[in-house]
Design a protein around this ligand. Structure first.
Ligand SMILES: Cc1cc2nc3c(=O)[nH]c(=O)nc-3n(C[C@H](O)[C@H](O)[C@H](O)COP(=O)(O)OP(=O)(O)OC[C@H]3O[C@@H](n4cnc5c(N)ncnc54)[C@H](O)[C@@H]3O)c2cc1C
Length: 386
């Protein structure tokens, strides 16, 4: 497998890296301090990203997106992943699942999202239903030409700044081989719909300035025309795009880990104790060596999964392995970085403690590490009928 970057891919990497360094890095400390991105700054970054042609890199070119293949999207995500999450998310990549929109929904939701005019959020998780998504209690009941939605979602990222919600709700039950199960359906719900209330959730240790919200639906009327995909097929739709989303988590983790490794290597080469750079002590140098090796392995695993995605052969396990390994590698990397920075690693004037905190969420969202292992184990056992 040849993973040499094409000239176009090298240009993409250079362009995104330059944007991140010039337009995002300078605002990181302020966002960290305020736990907010001001609407003015958000607007400026979005406008610059659109002007630079970096917006909606994951979306088809014929709809106005970047039209990139999966390998190139990984490269974009990797470079954006170097910056604080709250800032890099302003260079938006609308949710992949929106590609399931019909032609009317494309005009009302997908194309405005690609143009930066409207912003989406995805609402699956509930207080009582996390990894076991199908156990969700939120219901959507048909009433004439509408559905009536009732229930509560929590941990919903950037719902405070979104204009519409990609909502998953139960629309009845179906018989499966393992007994009756809830039928899950996806909907597009405008945030200003009567009956929908959005409130800011608890502060999170990771990713300051990027907020999670609680969504409460009370007899919220959603037109049947806003059903995304087919009724009861929300899980299939989700499954179709979940792999690509997991590669995004892997790519972001790689970008962040690369930045942390660069910073801590420079520190280890220049911080002197006992008359020599600390990196020359084997105890420190070997930690750097392990970090660098694991980072390369994570990157190869992710690029290989992306290449398989482009070839149409990526499995759930390929995406799960990339997400699992890259997010766990990032956790080890940022913890090691704090250790090598010593006491300075824990001080807020250094970014190491932020990278360490921010890394923690990558092992939890978009399916925890345990769920990724579950997917991988299932794919190993399946041929044996187990
Ligand atoms: C900052 C943040 C942002 C988020 N953004 C969004 C969002 O935008 N939209 C959205 O819908 N959700 C979002 N989530 C939710 C996220 O996807 C869930 O937190 C995640 O899926 C885990 O669910 P849970 O927290 O309920 O944990 P649980 O499912 O309750 O899991 C608890 C523990 O049990 C383990 N566990 C559960 N099942 C198994 C199993 N079968 N085998 C082994 N171990 C298992 C888990 O790995 C975990 O360690 C976000 C979460 C966070 C923290």
């Amino acid at each position: 497998m040849d993973l040499t970057l094409t000239d176009e891919q090298r240009l993409i990497v250079d362009t995104v890296r330059a944007f991140v360094e010039k337009e995002l890095y300078p605002h990181e400390d302020e966002v960290e301090r305020l736990d907010e991105v001001s609407p003015e700054l958000a607007g400026q970054i979005r406008a610059k990203a659109i002007a630079a042609g970096l917006y909606a890199a994951n979306m088809p070119a014929q709809l106005g997106g970047g039209g990139l293949d999966a390998v190139s999207v990984v490269l974009v995500e990797r470079e954006l992943g170097r910056a604080s999450y709250a800032l890099q998310m302003l260079v938006e990549r609308p949710s992949n699942i929106l590609q399931g929109c019909n032609s009317d929904q494309r005009q009302r939701y997908l194309i405005p999202a690609i143009r930066g005019e409207r912003h989406d959020c995805v609402a699956m998780t509930e207080p009582g239903s996390g990894s076991d998504i199908r156990s969700m209690a939120t219901t959507a009941t048909r009433d004439g030409g509408d559905y009536i939605v009732n229930g509560t979602k929590h941990f919903i990222s950037h719902a405070d700044v979104a204009d519409f919600v990609i909502l998953f709700a139960a629309t009845g039950t179906e018989d499966t081989r393992s007994g009756p199960k809830k039928k899950i359906t996806a909907f597009l719900v405008d945030k200003d719909s009567p009956g929908l209330t959005v409130t800011r959730g608890s502060a999170c240790v990771s990713n300051r300035g990027y907020h999670q919200c609680e969504l409460s639906f009370t007899d919220c009327r959603v037109p049947a025309a806003n059903l995304l995909g087919e009724e009861g097929r929300g899980f299939d739709l989700m499954g179709q795009w979940l792999g690509a989303t997991r590669l995004t988590v892997a790519s972001t983790s790689i970008g962040r880990a690369r930045r942390a490794l660069e910073a801590v290597t420079e520190w280890a080469a220049t911080r002197r104790q006992f008359g020599q750079p600390v990196g020359r002590f084997q105890g420190v140098g070997f930690q750097l060596a392990d970090c660098a090796t694991q980072l390369e392995a994570a990157e190869l695993l992710t690029l290989r999964a992306a290449a398989k995605c482009d070839a149409g052969t990526m499995t759930d396990a390929d995406a799960a392995m990339a997400k699992l390994y890259a997010s766990e590698m990032l956790g080890r990397m940022t913890d090691t970085a704090v250790q090598i920075f010593g006491g300075m690693g824990l001080m807020s004037q250094f970014p190491a403690e932020r990278w360490w905190r921010d890394a923690r969420v990558e092992r939890i969202w978009d399916g925890t590490s345990e769920i990724q292992r579950h997917i991988i184990a299932r794919s190993l056992l399946r041929p044996y009928g187990a």
